[in-house]
Design a protein around this ligand. Structure first.
Ligand SMILES: Nc1ncnc2c1ncn2[C@@H]1O[C@H](COP(=O)(O)OP(=O)(O)OP(=O)(O)O)[C@@H](O)[C@H]1O
Length: 250
């Protein structure tokens, strides 16, 4: 059996009387996309926040690349190789596409003296930023103002910023949100190729994308995982169908 890169064990998180994450265990294996789906309010974002380090669990453990990262904060987990896509607000809209990517790569540098150097002339940072832009297909827009990119291109830039940290795995919370048909197609194709470099734990409401991409799907309902399996298993699962009653399930 392949050793899991990310091993989430018995995570619990309550807000008052509400158990937002109720004893959740799941794994992310090398090379895979593991999608986490569930109705609104099921606890998907709460779970991702605990894995990324922004929210402390009440109980449970997160093992990443063989190390217990549960006590670590967001920055230390990112340093350890746990990449997370940034929200759009994290991009500096007046900066160029390349400048945003260089700023991302700077975050990975970690040593304070770098801040005293003219950042854009740092060849290593710039090379890392350009490689990430190339990877997401944005290199031809490198000199553009970020504000002038389309919504879909900004989403790809967020992924490029995360890529500059050369993550071993990705946590993505709704990368398809707000993308039109063409944008979703591009992002789907990109994520499909990305899994080879770094597996992805993917929270996504776009079921077409989920069913096209996921090697495994876990279904979260009221904070609990009710099923994990292949797209075929999940489609055929009666509990899952009941949870999605009245909603779209391809
Ligand atoms: N900081 C908080 N304080 C109190 N309750 C919270 C907090 N964050 C989330 N919740 C509650 O926890 C539950 C899970 O929310 P969460 O946002 O994780 O669900 P979700 O599956 O990501 O939903 P959606 O698909 O709508 O984004 C919800 O009932 C929500 O209201």
């Amino acid at each position: 059996m392949t050793e899991a890169l990310l091993d989430i064990k018995g995570l619990r998180k309550s807000f008052g009387a509400l158990r937002a994450t109720d004893n959740v265990s799941l794994t992310l294996n090398p090379g895979e996309i593991h999608a986490l789906i569930g109705p609104n309010g099921a606890g998907k974002s709460t779970l991702i926040a605990q894995v990324a380090g922004g929210l402390s669990p009440d109980a449970g453990q997160i093992v990443f690349a063989g190390a217990d990262v549960t006590p670590l904060g967001t920055a230390a987990r990112a340093q350890a190789g746990l990449g997370r896509t940034f929200q759009i607000s994290a991009l500096a809209m007046e900066f160029s596409v390349l400048q945003n990517a260089v700023l991302g790569a700077l975050g990975a540098g970690g040593s304070v003296w770098r801040f005293f150097k003219p950042v854009m002339r740092d060849a290593e940072l710039r090379a890392r930023a350009e490689a990430a832009l190339e990877r997401v297909g944005l290199m031809e827009h490198a000199a553009k103002r970020t504000a002038d990119l389309s919504h879909g291109q900004r989403r790809l830039l967020e992924v490029a910023v995360a890529l500059t940290l050369e993550p071993k795995a990705f946590l993505m919370d709704e990368p398809m949100a707000g993308l039109g048909g063409e944008g979703s197609k591009r992002m789907t194709a990109f994520l499909d190729s990305l899994r080879r470099d770094a597996p992805i734990l993917l929270v996504e409401h776009d079921m077409d994308a989920v069913f096209a991409l996921a090697d495994r799907i876990s279904v979260l309902v009221y904070g609990q995982i009710i099923a994990t399996g292949t797209a075929e298993d999940i489609r055929a699962n009666r509990d899952v169908r009941a949870a999605y009653l009245g909603e779209e399930m391809p």
